[in-house]
Design a protein around this ligand. Structure first.
Ligand code: ADE
Length: 246
């Protein structure tokens, strides 16, 4: 997968050099290209923002550098990417969205700062490509960079060969299938007793059927405690009689 990121702070993306995503880049599974938006300005101050029409606080990112930057990124003849614009006003980023994006060959992320990017940019590129305005949660960050780090990690770990153990994706909280709308329950490793606290006996039993049942019960309990609103959205077809008793 190719990912282009346009930002006035490309240095924000240093974490993409390490760990799973860093290794995927070294292997060539992920081709991440960072671009400095200011490279497409033409004044001495390399200006990317201006005051909002209609008044109000803050500054808005000017369309001109964005148009030149995106035209330049799109010019490399590799088909049509999907343009993702992180903004608290966007549609929620969920595991389902991450999974859908992981199937795309090419993503372009446009990181806004200040009060956001002049809306004509999204209108203009929306006529040429799929454009998604996406929010990572109901809070306001100082800019889109951290949101893009979140999305690149969530999408990148779903690419074939990025995780050592493919099974762990299926067991994730929110994974489609058995874990849809469920939070993953508690996990344990060695030693079997730590500070007098024992690992639940069932996990040492070797009884795979009962362990799976226990894990599902714990997932249901944790979801009920931490995210009760998710339980209401559980697909009734995925529930069995035992689930209803938890
Ligand atoms: N930019 C600022 N806040 C954001 C959020 N919550 N999600 C995505 N982009 C953002």
């Amino acid at each position: 997968m190719r990912i282009d990121i346009v930002s006035i702070f490309p240095e924000y993306f240093a974490p993409l050099d390490v760990s799973l995503i860093g290794k995927a880049r070294e292997r060539g599974t992920l081709d991440v290209r960072l671009h400095q938006l200011r490279d497409w300005t033409h004044d001495i101050h390399r200006t990317v923002d201006d005051t909002p029409y209609g008044g109000g606080p803050g500054m808005v990112m000017k369309p001109d550098p964005w148009g030149e930057a995106l035209d330049s990124v799109l010019a490399s003849d590799e088909g049509t990417p999907r343009l993702i614009v992180p903004t608290p006003s966007g549609r929620p980023f969920t595991q389902e969205v991450a999974l859908r994006l992981s199937e795309e060959p090419w993503l372009v992320f446009a990181c806004g700062r200040y009060e956001g990017i002049d809306s004509r940019v999204m209108a203009e590129y929306g006529e040429r490509l799929p454009v998604d305005e996406v929010s990572i949660g109901d809070y306001v960050l100082a800019g889109g960079e951290v949101a893009v780090l979140v999305m690149v990690e969530a999408v990148g770990r779903l690419l074939p060969g990025v995780l050592g153990n493919v099974r762990s994706v299926a067991d994730d909280s929110f994974a489609p299938g058995a874990m849809a709308n469920l939070l993953e329950g508690p996990v344990y490793t060695k030693p079997p007793v730590w500070r007098g606290r024992e690992v639940p006996e069932i996990l040492l039993s070797g009884h795979h059927g009962r362990i799976a049942r226990w894990r599902r019960d714990e997932a249901l309990r944790r979801t009920s405690a931490n995210r009760p609103e998710l339980l209401a959205d559980l697909d009734p077809d995925t529930l069995d009689k035992r689930d209803r008793e938890v």
